[in-house]
Design a protein around this ligand. Structure first.
Ligand code: PGA
Length: 235
């Protein structure tokens, strides 16, 4: 099981350290990932199944790219797990599939773990599962799905930050379709809450969750990890 928290533009350096120290002090078996803002990276002393990663980066070692963060800056904090293709970057920040591929290939060349996010907007969902899957497969254009440090997160755009989670049937349908071609662990994300975590993790082919809003409170996030620890074999 992989339980991941995407802080997005929340928490500062002090509150991130408190959060990470709190999670780090618990004993659990699940794989935990925490993606804070860049400014909150620190010299964390982590147990092996917890990793802190980056929500974004610019695919260069270093250079003249004003306002960007390159790999040299990530390495200073031992960051080796990266979110790529998150819907907020695709749809709000206007990241193209081409630039997502550049990031993917760069991260792959650095042997980082990649949590690759895909998911359809509402108007595509309304057209039915065939349109949903053809939209999602197009988000794999140029992406090596056989990369061995890949995790795929299915996150329907209309479910992110809206409080409207996809139904268990919808999640299962997409994860089953992804599983036919992808052997990497598959996560679900989109308004996951403590109360819904168990049912989502029970879905066959669901290997974990990527959580925004409900994970920003350390007690809630810790409860989600506890739920994952309690009932499923580790991936
Ligand atoms: P949410 O965000 O849990 O707030 O819907 C999920 C995500 O963006 O990864």
């Amino acid at each position: 099981m992989i339980i991941a928290s995407n802080f997005k533009t929340n928490h500062n350096r002090v509150s991130t350290k408190e959060f990470v120290d709190f999670i780090n002090s618990q004993h659990f078996f699940s794989e935990v990932r925490i993606y804070p803002p860049f400014t909150a990276f620190d010299d964390f002393d982590l147990t092996p199944n917890i990793r802190v990663g980056a929500q974004n980066f610019y695919p260069v070692e270093k250079g003249s790219f004003t306002g960007e963060i390159g790999f040299e800056q990530l390495q200073e904090f031992d960051i080796d797990t990266l979110l790529i293709g998150h819907s907020e970057r695709r749809h709000i920040l206007g990241e193209s599939q081409e630039s997502i591929c550049e990031k993917y290939n760069f991260a792959k060349s650095k042997e980082c773990e990649i949590v690759y996010c895909v998911g359809e907007p509402k108007e595509i969902r309304e057209q039915g599962i065939e349109s949903v899957m053809s939209y999602i497969w197009s988000q794999f254009d140029g992406i090596d799905i056989d990369y061995d440090d890949l995790v795929v997160a299915y996150e329907p755009v209309w479910a992110i930050g809206t409080g409207l989670s996809a139904s268990l049937e919808d999640i299962q349908e997409v994860l089953d379709a992804l599983r036919l071609k992808i052997k990497a662990p598959l996560l679900y994300g989109g308004s996951v809450k403590v109360e819904t975590t168990k049912d989502i993790l029970c879905i066959e082919n669901c290997d974990g969750v990527l959580v925004g809003t409900a994970s920003w409170d350390k007690n809630s996030f810790s409860k989600m990890i506890e739920i994952a620890d309690n009932f499923k074999e580790q991936v």
